[in-house]
Design a binder for this molecule. Structure first.
Ligand code: ADP
Length: 655
């Protein structure tokens, strides 16, 4: 760590992000203050949490606050907190980059938005780019910070133009001060160098912040005498010695620190006194989302398990929903005092999209995470809250629920596998696209209601591509019979089907595994094909454990299936892509005895078993089955060569 100034380039994606922020958020300028105050409040929360186990870290300063200083002459705003502060390394890690996990996701969104030429603030909001929002209003941002427990401070500054600089500096007291040099105000824009503009924004966006947001204000105050009585202004007298005008108190100008926010914990207030806007602002603070939430749940429980909760369901999935290190959304308080963020014990993994606050009055303030896990109160809260959430989800209007499911269905489904006690409840909430409804979600209840009179099972097929599944040869017979099939396209579905054997007494059945028992196989015909099947099997020994007539196929020649307990092709693919190498299971090659290609194959086979084409066709039939289920064939070039030859042959032969 050197003391000298060092200059760095922003990462490319940050440069792009900055450009977007500056260009697309001009209609939403106010939010910069909310974001910076949120960061300050988070930094104090973090310090406070650390201080519970290490009180020395406070170093005598336990009077937490966020101080705003507006200098209208020089057009600067300062936001200073006495929270954790940052070390040199932490600055390098946090400011100037987008969190590692977010970069790819961000670039994807960027790419998409270019195509649709509609990069909305909501899209940016997903990435928690709070700090950068300073550049909406500032043409230079300086951050001076001193980490709690450190004696050196660091200064970071940038004009948002692609570069930033860092150097060591000095600072009194720990914490972070962000200084914004405001841009010239343009016609019609608010003047952020005005004290009342800042007051107004804080009142609207940050009133509930639980630390005082203070500002020095100059005020006229009455001058008091030794007895505390107001001293009167010298009065001007007329010619007769009578005072002109009323008697006035003498005043002087004093500077006073004023608290601008009410600090009222919104969750502790009465529902009927809270406006939608207040609820939404609070959501934005805790979630770092820029959009209003989809739903909220605010309630108080009384009795043995006393607590209040304010929970939200976001309206869009954050980019890092599937990142294992991702923070959960529920913060824990006791009697309005912050205990910890990201309280995983309060809400199961499969509800990790829920954001909010739980305030349990009987909880020990010094409670550790280890203790929380065994705490009965916490367990009860969790159970109770989960019940409320299930209730909320099941009562959501269809249209809203579909949107919810688009965003979070994949996460919710994990619960089928991980939460045995609530499996049934979750099973009512899961939805699938089906062969009959490729655009709209279908519930299992609706599926069962629509089952054909002679249909006994719930059919499903798994794979990563909806249209490939929809056209899968495995479904040909099922479609003919008009049996609806669930199209399962999420990896987690493999676990769902393993953990959910039935729904309302109807067993689940894979369309690609085991016998479908849809039609009886013509035994006599089967015997006629026996020796051909034996031949094909010996040709494909490496990949195929059995060759048999299919009851699944209608238009296609071949498909691959497995025994009921075999791993599905999709599962194999998932395991492979996660770096595991499952033993490649041999599959069953099913052939359509009704297909002319197969009848011809049989004729050729019976005419001359030495015909070299028999070997080629066996491999071709196998490759076709692999391709039709979206798999990769071993030798695509060879496949293509064979098909080319076949085409040439077919066209050369006269009718
Ligand atoms: P987010 O707050 O969504 O994580 P930001 O870009 O606003 O994104 O901030 C990035 C990180 O920088 C924060 O997660 C935090 O670690 C750090 N940070 C920002 N502001 C402060 C502050 N006032 N005090 C301490 N750390 C801060």
């Amino acid at each position: 760590m050197g003391t000298a100034k060092q200059t760095y380039q922003f990462k490319t994606e940050v440069q792009q992000l900055l450009k977007l922020i500056i260009n697309s958020l001009y209609s939403n300028q106010d939010i910069f203050l909310r974001e910076l105050i949120s960061n300050a409040s988070d930094a104090i929360d973090r310090l406070r949490f650390k201080a519970q186990t290490d009180p020395d870290i406070l170093d005598g300063d336990g009077e937490f606050k966020i101080k705003i200083t507006v200098d209208s002459d020089n057009r600067t705003i300062e936001i200073a907190d006495n929270g954790t502060g940052m070390t040199h390394d932490e600055i390098m890690e946090n400011i100037g980059t987008i969190a590692k996990s977010g970069t790819t996701a961000f670039l994807e969104v960027l790419e998409k938005s270019k195509k649709e030429s509609a990069f909305t603030p909501e899209l940016i909001g997903q990435f928690g780019v709070g700090f950068y929002s300073a550049f909406i209003v500032a043409d230079e941002v300086t951050l001076i910070t001193r980490a709690a427990g450190s004696d050196t401070a660091v200064k970071w500054w940038s004009q948002g133009d692609g570069e930033y600089a860092i150097e060591d500096t000095e600072k009194e007291g720990r914490g972070t001060t962000v200084i914004l040099k405001l841009r010239e105000k343009e016609e019609g824009e608010k003047d952020f160098a005005e004290e009342w503009t800042i007051r107004d924004i804080i009142k609207r966006h940050s009133d509930f912040i639980s630390y005082p947001i203070v500002m020095d204000v100059e005020r006229e105050e009455p001058v008091l005498d030794a007895e505390g009585k107001p001293v009167k202004e010298d009065q001007i007298l007329d010619q007769d010695g009578k005072p002109i005008g009323p008697e006035k108190n003498k005043t002087i100008r004093v500077t006073k620190e004023e608290t601008l926010n009410s600090m009222k914990a919104i969750w502790a207030r009465d529902k009927k006194d809270i406006s939608d806007q207040e609820y939404n602002e609070f959501y934005k603070h805790i979630s770092h989302d820029w959009e209003d939430p989809m739903e909220r749940l605010h309630f108080k429980m009384e009795g043995t398990t006393e607590y209040s909760a304010l929970l939200y369901i976001p309206s869009q999935a954050p980019f890092d929903l599937f990142n294992v290190d991702r923070k959960h959304g529920v913060n824990l308080y006791s009697k309005r005092v912050f205990i910890m963020e990201d309280c995983k014990e309060l809400i199961p993994e499969y509800m990790r999209f829920v954001k909010g606050v739980v305030d349990a009055s009987d909880l020990n303030l010094n409670v550790s995470r280890e203790i929380l896990q065994q705490d009965r109160l916490v367990r009860n809260i969790r159970k109770n809250m989960l019940k409320k959430l299930f209730d909320l989800l099941s009562k959501m209007e269809d249209e809203t629920y579909d949107k919810f499911y688009d965003a979070f269905g994949q996460v919710l489904k994990e619960g089928v596998h991980t939460d045995f006690d609530n499996r049934e409840k979750i099973s009512h909430l899961i939805r699938y696209k089906t062969t009959r409804s490729e655009d709209k979600w279908v519930s299992l209840k609706t599926y069962v209601e629509n089952m054909k009179a002679d249909q006994k099972e719930i059919y499903y097929i798994t794979g990563d591509n909806l249209s490939a599944l929809l056209n899968s040869p495995h479904l040909e017979k099922l479609k003919e019979k008009e049996y609806e099939v669930l199209l399962m396209t999420d990896p987690v579905d493999e676990w769902v089907t393993q953990s959910l054997p039935e729904y309302e007494g109807k067993p689940f059945k894979s369309a690609e595994k085991g016998d479908l028992d849809l039609d009886d196989v013509d035994e006599k015909k089967k015997d006629e094909y026996n020796s051909l099947f034996e031949f094909i099997k010996s040709e494909l020994e490496e990949n195929v454990k059995e060759v048999k007539p299919s009851t699944r196929l209608k238009h296609s020649v071949s498909c691959l299936s497995g025994n009921a307990q075999d791993m599905s092709a999709y599962m194999e693919k998932i395991l492979q892509s996660s770096g595991q190498s499952p033993e490649k299971a041999k599959r069953i090659l099913e052939l359509n005895m009704e297909h002319p290609a197969l009848t011809q194959f049989k004729t050729l086979f019976e005419k001359d078993q030495e015909d070299s084409r028999l070997k080629d066709y066996s491999h071709l039939i196998y490759d076709m089955a692999v391709i039709s289920e979206g798999g990769k064939i071993d030798d695509p070039a060879d496949f293509s060569k064979r098909v080319g030859e076949l085409m040439a042959d077919a066209m050369a032969q006269p009718e």
